[in-house]
Design a protein around this ligand. Structure first.
Ligand SMILES: [Fe+2]
Ligand SMILES: [Fe+2]
Length: 259
């Protein structure tokens, strides 16, 4: 199986880039599936049902979210009813959404799970216990498994990557929006990267207008952080797995696009 995971889709530039390029990329890269983190699609925070539907129609097979998952309340129904979007599996059981989804690809079934880290983040349930529970439910039903680890700290991500080495196909990081140079297939056959990088405007501070972020950071005066517009890139990782669900390769994917 060969799939592309795109990092945090940020605002209109990132969203438009995915709408325009998902289907052509599938052909060009010979992909069986595209999964994307869509937590920042709606003006930098959250995802609307309309955006969700258009991303599905454009060729995105499944979506993960993150700490901004409930920022747009309209998405609640979609989270409950759709089998193409997941909540962080270590959110409480009472929180809206599913702990995993399964994508039917031409090369088999791909399980998708999202987890939140716990370092410098709002307290959540244990991600290790949560993924153990989810794997118990899905490992016999899927051919490959992608885990999005949405976390601040590289150590948090590496610990989870090593914990899951040999048990899932890929552990790929999001949330920090900056791609890291540590792509590797770990010894047990799990592809890993601390952050696959956002899909959005790179002439920015993690996707936001530089001047606004600078002003607020220096003066402590709260302002709206506009999504930036320039240097839009699709960013992620392409993973290849064998029939045992082990990763055979991981390659960084990054492409500048006009939107
Ligand atoms: Fe994000
Ligand atoms: Fe986030």
């Amino acid at each position: 199986m060969r799939f592309l995971f795109l990092g945090d889709i940020v605002g209109k530039p990132g969203y438009t880039a995915v709408l325009q390029h998902a289907a052509p990329l599938k052909k060009e890269l010979g992909l069986d599936a595209i999964v994307a983190n869509a937590e920042n699609a709606s003006d930098g925070s959250g995802l609307t049902p309309r955006q969700f539907q258009r991303l599905c129609d454009a060729g995105v097979d499944a979506m993960t979210m993150g700490d901004h998952i409930y920022r747009r309340k309209e998405i609640m129904d979609t989270l409950q009813s759709s089998d193409r979007i997941v909540k962080p599996a270590n959110y409480p059981s009472t929180a809206a959404g599913h702990t995993h989804c399964i994508v039917d690809t031409p090369a088999g079934k791909l399980g998708v799970v999202s987890l939140l880290g716990r370092v410098y983040m709002r307290p959540v349930d244990c991600p290790f216990d949560a993924i153990d529970r989810v794997l118990g439910e899905i490992e016999n039903k899927v051919d490959s498994i992608l885990v999005d680890i949405h976390a601040e700290a590289t150590s948090d991500k590496q610990t989870l990557g090593r914990y899951l080495d040999g048990r899932v196909t890929a552990v790929l990081g999001t949330h920090t929006h900056v791609p890291t140079a540590d792509t590797a297939v770990l010894p047990g056959g799990t592809a890993f990267q601390c952050d696959v990088g956002m899909t959005g405007p790179y002439d920015s501070i993690i996707g936001r207008d530089i001047r606004r972020v600078m002003e607020t950071t220096r003066t402590f005066q709260p302002t709206h952080f506009y999504v930036a517009t320039r240097d839009v890139r699709l960013c992620g990782a392409v993973i290849e797995s064998d029939s045992d669900g082990k990763a055979t390769s991981i390659q960084r994917f990054e492409r500048a696009v006009d939107v």
